[in-house]
Ligand binder design. Structure first.
Ligand code: ADP
Length: 242
């Protein structure tokens, strides 16, 4: 990601962001509320269109937001990543299984039987083999979020994006969701995770980005950014949340 900026009207919320997410690595994004973390993920997933900047992918695909974007490029970009939202964003009138099959069937138009088999496998992987036919209101927050993770995996993205995946959960439900994310990291998924969970970030990240005021203030290994932060803003933030 090169020179990315994003404005909402006069408000510039991302300012010249340069970052790299290596294949198979986990990048964690931390920083105070309002610093631009969610907007950054939404730009990566093309839910927001950046004002300026470029994305370059290893396979040669690139988009340049300084020029008018082709619709096909936007669709290609969107398909590269799966997003897990803070508030789950499940379809309330669909079962866990139907939530997971919706994208592959309706958007990707893949073979129905194969999609159902895959969805069952993914729901089993996140520990919900007994809950496949339940509706979101019949599931705990942690279970709903695990459906959200299975749903994002089902579109077979190159990159998994997690936007504060545990911040809406009761404390006793956080562990199960973090364990699923850790398992994905161990399997070699490429991921960008916005989180305030310092312990988790230290364990799981290859690279940590600390943002404030729309800028990347500091980035590096978890040891560098979380254990020995150089910047005062990072130090203050970590003191506040630890
Ligand atoms: P974070 O995830 O770090 O809390 P956000 O990316 O959600 O930060 O927000 C960064 C800034 O952008 C905030 O000032 C927020 O109010 C603003 N913002 C986010 N989305 C919109 C939007 N759709 N319209 C206007 N302002 C927005």
């Amino acid at each position: 990601m090169k020179g990315l900026s994003k404005s909402f009207g006069d408000l510039e919320v991302l300012k010249n962001i340069n970052m790299e997410i290596e294949k198979g690595k986990v990048v964690t994004i931390m920083g105070p509320s309002g610093s631009g973390k969610t907007t950054l993920l939404r730009c990566l997933n093309a839910l927001e269109e950046p004002t300026t900047g470029e994305f370059h992918f290893e396979d040669g695909f690139h988009v340049n937001f300084n020029q008018k974007l082709k619709k096909q490029d936007l669709l290609t970009l969107r398909r590269k990543s799966g997003m897990v939202f803070q508030s789950y964003n499940l379809f309330p009138h669909k079962t866990a299984l139907e939530n997971v099959t919706e994208g592959p069937l309706v958007v990707q138009k893949r073979d129905q039987q194969a999609v159902i088999e895959q969805a069952k496998r993914l729901l089993t992987k996140v520990g919900l083999q007994d809950k496949m036919d339940l509706y979101p209101y019949q599931l705990s927050g942690g279970q709903q979020q695990r459906v959200g993770i299975a749903r994002a995996l089902a579109i077979e993205p190159e990159l998994m994006l997690f936007d504060e995946p545990t911040s809406a959960l009761d404390p006793e439900l956080v562990g199960d969701v973090l364990n699923v994310i850790k398992e994905l990291a161990n399997e070699g998924w490429t991921m960008a995770v916005v989180t305030h969970e310092v312990q988790f970030a230290t364990e799981v990240s290859d690279h940590v980005i600390f943002m404030d005021g729309g800028y990347i203030v500091e980035q590096g290994t978890p040891q560098k950014v979380l254990t020995n932060p150089r910047e005062e803003r990072t130090q203050q933030f970590l003191q506040r949340i630890l």
